[in-house]
Design a protein around this ligand. Structure first.
Ligand code: ADP
Ligand code: MG
Length: 179
């Protein structure tokens, strides 16, 4: 099983082992740091400023209906494309650091959160460790991931399928583009 050749091209600035990655961001909780949209925009700014990351490109923001408990606000979602020298584990560490900077508190499974940052894709690498599953589990069933992913890169392939051929990448049920 392979994904696609998502390897970023080598550069001459010391970033010779850059890997093209995609992160999924979601928020549906305001706190003293900011609103859901602000949590996502701050995380994108931090990724763009990170010394081990190049070429940060963010999708539009989308509003989506919650997946888990329905007695919680709608989510704001986005996907970020980036190139990095970070290992998969180090990238997950960074995702969790961004969540902490947004003062994420774990309340209930699939519940409200100030910021969720998931590793969607790490190049074409398949990862299955206790800490990390990549491509992210459920990626093929989530329109709030597939639609912003396809917005960023309609040429992307997931599990030998073009993203634009995956039905959920055209299913706007519960999804509204915000910006
Ligand atoms: P969810 O994103 O499903 O709401 P959490 O954000 O609370 O759940 O993450 C729970 C755990 O999922 C993390 O501690 C992390 O180790 C694990 N995990 C496995 N694969 C991934 C991935 N691709 N991206 C982010 N976290 C992942
Ligand atoms: Mg998560």
């Amino acid at each position: 099983m392979s994904l696609t050749s998502n390897k970023a091209s080598a550069s001459n600035d010391g970033f010779s082992t850059l890997t093209r990655c995609y992160l999924g961001l979601g928020s549906n909780l305001s706190n003293e740091i900011g609103t859901p949209s602000q949590h996502i925009e701050q995380a994108i700014d931090r990724l763009a400023a990170h010394a081990d990351i190049r070429h940060v490109r963010a999708s539009s923001l989308y509003a989506s209906q919650p997946m888990g408990p329905q007695d919680q606000p709608d989510f704001v979602n986005a996907v970020v494309e980036l190139d990095t020298v970070l290992t998969p584990d180090a990238l997950l560490d960074l995702c969790q650091c961004l969540e902490q900077q947004a003062m994420r508190v774990r309340l209930r499974h699939w519940g409200e959160r100030s910021l969720d940052v998931d590793v969607l894709l790490y190049g074409a690498t398949l990862i299955d460790t206790p800490r990390l599953t990549v491509p992210h589990a459920g990626i093929l069933e989530r329109n709030f991931v597939l639609i912003p992913l396809a917005e960023l890169n309609p040429e992307l392939c997931l599990f030998e399928q073009r993203i634009i051929d995956i039905p959920m990448s055209h299913d706007w049920t519960g999804l509204v583009r915000l910006s």
